[in-house]
Design a protein around this ligand. Structure first.
Ligand code: C2E
Ligand code: MG
Length: 858
């Protein structure tokens, strides 16, 4: 096959010019990238030599290598290529490009003709290129001889840190057992095997097993000569992580390579930091989860494997990295509208079919937990998917997650087939949030349900469920409901209610989309244990508001009824924001336009005060101004629930009118409001006054002695009663009962008639009233009076009695009325009657003495 052998002239020419070719640079190194399937980036390059002869044109290695081998010059060539590779790697370091491993082909002859290990080692010394960036590439047949020299030198290279690649695997006769004797880092599947994959199932089985075996031994696998997309797909599926071939790129010169870089058309080099991630991702065999078909008589199809894929995911997007053919078929069948799409953005997914599984993939990327999820597809199937994390990219933070479609079944008609998972999820749709709380440890897991996609996912985990810092814990509760929430939602209360009623519930408002929204919190025990509870929070806003509206209508009706009852009397009603003073007219009576503010304004209190000063009757203004202040009104409401004040306003046509201002604080939906009303109470007040006057008049009549105008014996009975109460309570202050009796009324009546008798009584009464000017005087009988001497009269009692004595003396001479008197001071007696009796007895003694003409003074 060697054309060089057949043309003796050419052979001679090449051998004669080999040295020159190296010097003149006719021997040029071309580079062919090796692509990592999982990242699509260049993870290695192979150095391939070309002889660009000025006479013969470009020659392929096959034309000159055997010639050089035959004369033991090949090591010169291979080391020359190595030097070029080192220079290239140094240049890359210089210009700051990522450096990937470079494989250099070494002929079997090199291992015998020179001390190849030290030759190679020397060339790296003093350069920036570590041995790990150089792969010693030898063909399978070179090892096939099992030559000790070759094997020991390979071992030396390995110990120095070089990579060792086996080329052309599957072409020669290397026993697989040898693979574990020599430390190979990578083996390349032979090009002819690759070319048969599309046509030959045997080739597919062999390569699948080859990859499986290599991976089992910890050896990476590459395929060379990859020319078709089907080859890429199949090789990727079976875990052949690295691919080389014209499908990606032909070997190119360094000049062309750099030119392609400049133009941005060269496949990018992989970031060394991502190497491990992509390597792990690339090695997962998508055939590992193959299952025998259950069909009777069905024989096991080698490739009847489950649909499997590896996805790359972060919180925003999900991308298909690798998948097997069955996964592709699965997608084709279920997501026919999504063909060709390999990246989805969560934001724009809407309720796309598969979202639930995709969210599970996202979650698995975060927590690394293997889960099995069920999901309905649009065409009425139930898909069960296994989700498992594989690796995480340290550079991008993205996670690689494997998904395996475990089963696709028709949606069950019978209820037995409904999975627990599915039911739980359907129920969870009602809840905005679910918590699983460990009551002993106070630990919780928070799940959020996304109703439209029937999705429940873990969003948070934590400790101190009942004992988080106040602010954090309660900030989601609407501020007005916070005190109530904090009061009620305690561990103790929850446990108490769970014990008593089997559940704990609480309705409060939380802020959703900026609006206070009613939610219901419900806690129940997990049936199987006493330690865990599930807390669900559901949106009950619509329901609660409906009830609230109903309640409000009811209340409004009451309010309206009340207002209607007053309708003829109210002048106007304002609602006022107690904080800002902003007010709006709520209702006004068109017949009473006298007292009006603007329909709305900024400062109710100030504007009202100004207006009131104008319309209130001058005499009432000062005292009104003292109380009509924001502070006083709010204080009054705080103390008594209401502020009311009655005063007089001026009528348009003159005269005065009584009005009452009433202010109360009501809770409106948008906060507390003061309701201020001005009510016309004129008629009412006037009627009341009239009535009060009449009443007091009547009352007065009942207790007053018609003849003398002093109080009568009823009044004395009332007074006696009042004093008895005070005495009993020990609260009576100093007083004395003075019993007075007019002497000789009977004689006057008998001799001069009743009219003169009446005069006589009046005259006597006048004396008594004059003497005891500061005390109530009662006429208790025809000629008998009682004085309850108090205050100044009590203090001066002796003096007053002397005065009375003087009057008696004077009147006796003039033959006018004289008065017998007896006094008894309150001094621990238990009843008024005791004091009265004492005074009465004294009066009789006095009367006797007076009859005898003895001095009345005692
Ligand atoms: P190899 O090491 O197996 O190199 C791969 C060969 O496959 C290269 O041919 C490459 O151009 C070719 N190739 C890559 N992709 C495809 C593809 O998709 N389709 C096809 N049909 N071919 C593809 P090349 O450059 O002609 O090299 C041939 C062989 O010569 C190499 O086989 C290697 O064994 C040897 N060789 C090349 N350079 C050197 C060298 O510097 N020293 C030694 N000792 N041998 C070398
Ligand atoms: Mg090679």
């Amino acid at each position: 096959m060697n054309t060089g052998d057949r043309i003796p002239d050419k052979r001679k020419y090449l051998l004669e010019n080999f040295g020159r070719a190296m010097q003149e640079g006719w021997l040029e190194v071309y580079y062919q990238p090796i692509i990592r399937g999982s990242s699509g980036r260049v993870c290695g390059e192979e150095a391939l030599v070309r002889w660009d002869d000025p006479m013969l044109g470009v020659l392929n290695p096959a034309e000159f290598i055997p010639i050089l081998e035959s004369v033991n010059l090949i090591d010169r060539l291979d080391l020359y290529v190595l030097e070029q590779v080192i220079a290239k790697l140094e240049k890359f370091e210089e210009i700051g490009l990522y450096r990937v491993v470079h494989s250099v082909n070494f002929s079997q002859i090199d291992f015998f003709s020179s001390d190849i290990v030290s030759e190679v080692k020397q060339r790296l010394e003093g350069t920036s290129v570590p041995p790990s960036l150089i792969a010693i590439d030898i063909i399978e047949s070179a090892c096939g001889t099992r030559n000790e020299t070759v094997l020991s030198k390979l071992q030396e290279f390995h110990e120095l840190g070089f990579q060792i690649w086996m080329d052309d695997y599957g072409n020669g006769d290397l026993a697989p057992i040898l693979l574990q004797q020599i430390h190979f880092d990578l083996l390349k599947i032979n090009m002819s095997l690759v070319s048969q994959l599309r046509f030959n199932k045997g080739a597919r089985v062999v390569s699948t097993e080859l990859v499986r075996m290599a991976m089992g031994l910890g050896i990476e696998v590459a395929a060379e000569g990859v020319e078709a997309e089907e080859e890429v797909e199949f090789l990727s599926e079976i875990g052949c992580a690295k691919l080389q071939g014209f499908y990606f790129c032909k070997p190119v010169s360094l000049a062309e390579l750099l030119d392609r870089y400049d133009k941005g058309i060269q496949i990018g080099f992989e970031n060394p930091d991502e190497r491990e991630y992509y390597s792990t991702v690339g090695h997962v065999s998508l055939y590992d989860l193959s299952f025998a078909s259950n069909e009777e008589n069905g024989f096991i199809d080698y490739f009847d494997t489950l649909p499997m894929a590896i996805l790359q995911v972060n919180s925003e997007e999900i991308t298909l990295l690798r998948c097997n053919g069955n996964f592709r078929k699965f997608c084709y069948a279920n997501f026919s509208d999504q063909r060709g799409v390999s990246t989805y953005y969560f934001k724009s997914l809407g309720n796309h079919v598969g979202l639930y599984a995709m969210n599970a993939v996202r979650q698995c990327g975060v927590d690394g937990k293997r889960v099995i999820v069920d999901e309905r597809t649009k065409n009425g199937k139930m898909v069960q998917t296994l989700v498992d994390k594989i690796s995480q990219n340290p550079v991008t933070g993205m996670s690689a997650v494997a998904v395996v479609i475990l089963s696709v079944t028709d949606i069950p008609n019978s209820s037995e087939d409904l999975t627990y998972n599915y039911i739980a999820r359907a129920l969870a749709e009602d809840y905005i949030k679910l918590y699983f709380v460990d009551m002993e440890k106070d630990e919780f897991v928070e799940y959020v349900s996304d109703g439209k996609n029937r999705d429940v996912s873990v969003v948070d985990r934590g400790t101190n469920y009942f004992d988080q810092p106040e602010l954090e814990k309660y900030k989601f509760v609407y501020k007005e409901d916070r005190p109530r929430f904090i009061d009620s939602f305690t561990k103790e209360n929850v446990i108490r209610d769970l014990n008593q009623y089997g559940k704990y519930t609480l309705t409060y408002r939380t802020v959703m989309d900026g609006k206070p929204t009613y939610v219901n919190l419900k806690a129940v025990r997990v049936r199987t244990d006493n330690r865990h509870i599930i807390i669900g929070i559901s949106n009950v806003d619509a329901h609660t508001r409906e009830q609230e509206a109903f309640q409000r209508i009811k209340e409004e009706r009451i309010t309206f009824n009340r207002i209607a009852a007053l309708s003829s009397d109210f002048i106007n009603i304002y609602s006022v924001d107690p904080e800002t003073g902003f007010y709006e007219i709520f209702k006004m009576n068109p017949e009473n336009m006298l007292y009006e503010l603007e329909p709305e304004g900024k400062d109710f209190f100030k504007e009202s005060r100004d207006r009131l000063k104008e319309i209130v009757y001058e005499e009432d203004v000062d005292s009104l101004m003292k109380v009509f202040t924001k502070e006083h009104i709010l204080e009054s409401i705080k103390q008594r629930g209401l502020f009311t004040y009655t005063c007089r306003i001026k009528r348009i046509k003159g005269g005065l009118r009584y009005v009452t201002m009433k202010t109360a604080l009501v809770e409106e939906l948008d906060g507390p409001q003061l309701i201020f009303g001005l009510i016309d109470v004129d008629e009412q007040v006037r009627k009341e006054k009239e009535f009060a006057e009449k009443v007091s008049e009547a009352e007065d009549k009942a207790i007053r002695d018609e003849l003398t105008g002093v109080k009568n014996k009823h009044a004395y009975a009332i007074a006696e009663e009042e004093f008895n109460v005070k005495i009993e309570a020990g609260k009576a202050s100093e007083f004395a009962i003075v019993v007075c009796d007019l002497n000789g009324l009977k004689d006057v009546n008998d001799n001069f008639g009743h009219q003169t008798g009446d005069e006589f009584i009046r005259a006597g009464c006048k004396i008594i009233c004059t003497v005891f000017a500061h005390s109530p005087v009662y006429r208790v009988g025809g000629d008998e009076f009682v004085v309850i001497a108090q205050g100044a009269d009590y203090g001066n009692i002796d003096k007053l009695l002397e005065n009375l004595e003087k009057v008696n003396v004077r009147n006796k001479k003039k033959k006018e009325v004289t008065i017998a008197v007896g006094v008894s001071k309150f001094d621990g007696q238990s009843e008024m009657s005791e004091i009265f009796d004492d005074a009465d007895a004294k009066m009789y003694l006095n009367k006797k003495r007076m009859k005898k003409g003895e001095p009345t003074h005692h």
